[in-house]
Design a protein around this ligand. Sequence first.
Ligand code: M6R
Length: 619
Amino acid sequence: MCGIIGYTGKREAAEVLLSGLSRLEYRGYDSAGIAVFENGAMRVVKKQGKLSVLSGELKQSPLKGNTGIGHTRWATHGVPNDVNAHPHFDQKKKTVVVHNGIIENYLEIKEKLLKEKCHFASETDSEVIAHLVARAYKGDLLEAVKRALKVLKGSYAVAVMHQDEPGRIIGARFDSPLIVGLGKDENFLASDIPATLEYTKEVVYLENGDIADIRGRSCGIYDIKGKKVNRKSATIKWDISQAEKGGYKHFMLKEIFEQPVVIKDILKERTHGPEIDFNELKIKKSDLKKIRRIAIVACGTAYHAGLTGKYIIEKFAKVPVWVDTSSEFRYRDPLVDRETLVIVISQSGETADTLAALREARSRGALVMAVCNVLGSSIAREADGVIYTHAGPEIAVASTKAYTAQLSILYLFAFYLAAIRKTQTVTQRKKLLAELGRIPLSMVRILDNCHSRKNPIAKYAAEFHEYYLARNNKSCFLYLARNINYPNALEGALKLKEISYVSAEGYPAGEMKHGPIALIDENPWVVCIAVQGNTYGKMLSNVQEIRARGGIVIAIVTEGDHTLERGDIRYVIEVPKAPEIFSPLLVVIPLQLLAYYVAADFGYDIDQPRNLAKSVTVE
Ligand code: M6R
């Protein structure tokens, strides 16, 4: 879960590497470093802290040269400090390596190397790669890397340079992403597309086991057996501006505001009259017709989308659905077979647990469909079929637009399956699609009120902030909802805790009296999702129970519903009226904004919260 980049060509490598790392920083940000060939010698500068610390250092002592590799780290082995930061040299400082992933047998390798009098500088697992390559080097870096990789167990994306071969970088991947960016008289390696998009839109997605040999004017790719292969390049359709803040203070805020357009585009692309179009989905309709159960598997926010998916798919397609977190599914001996469709959901398409769950499901004969945002990602490639969310790059660590995009795809998939299984008429589908089509405009209406800090959600967040400080940080949040909005309660709590570090839990409101109500006194703030729907009355009762015990309530209600305001609820957020089944797409927006404003009041780094990284490519 780190970001790596490599450049060889005619530009100043340090500039390209820093710019690339700035676009990969979402993958890890506890230290960063680069290595550049300068006048025939390899020089490394690496620093603990955010990329800005490294940039500052490079201003003081610049690195000049046209070939180099860089890394932004999310620590797994060894604390974040200058020494453990990448790149790592071998003992003679002739081989230099950056690595993303985990070398599971590094202790075994290290022990062996120590016996051979090898000296280690860092506590990382990655350093063994530099020593292994150095020992295997006999004048050809490609051959040395090939030999070294044979010893490794675990996951890696690496970029390697050698003192004796200026202008050459060898990259390799196994279970961690790596792309090659193809330019004119220049080539790139990177963990993700935004890192090279400023320079080229032509990319090759390396496959598992691939090794890339890049120089300014050539790029050779070899498969796991060492055979030269011809991997087709893809042209990226989106623009670098989509990976920039575009005037917003944070990526998270920008991505929250992008949601109406993302959903509108999904509906436009995927529907033609009453027909749903998943053109890239390789799974045949006849195979979908045969399935008897569905398992949805995902992590974090994607898991919450999956939980909502259960309500949607069961309601429309009448297939039983269960939902698992990937880390539980993969170790649980799951009961999936040929009659099971496993839907894996992942924004990045690289989440290690979800990828492992996918493999587990496939090995048991299940049909696996992925819902992914990142084109060509490992999960997208390994599934039997993929539906892309096409939400554009999501940079903020806290997922927002990916969530509503995943929900939208799940609605459409439920209708698609319902049509195949004949559990929905064309007239019903037309009506539902018309209602879904109105959601983006309703989202715009929620967001229109939130451009300035004077909006009610920002005001409530500011009041919470004061309250929290006045009580010596004793307050916390509970999120309650029922039915289809219950997963939103979990999602609201996750958003708040991951960026504001305030303790928050989500519960199905009906569970309150089975324990959590004991938490209620004047300390917690309780977000109650009480939009119109078949459990509305029950939610009103929950609100009264909380008020009766002194809890402070923020209620999310349907526009025009003043019932709670007429009681003594001061904090009310309205969302436009929508059929209950589609309300999660609207309700989540105030939850995202509330988390955002609370974190902003604390002055935290919203896009890069502590201890987290965007895609979790390690277990
Ligand atoms: O890339 P994925 O969708 O597989 O990522 C899953 C989770 O790591 C992710 O949703 C995480 O929980 C987010 N930080 C939540 O905002």
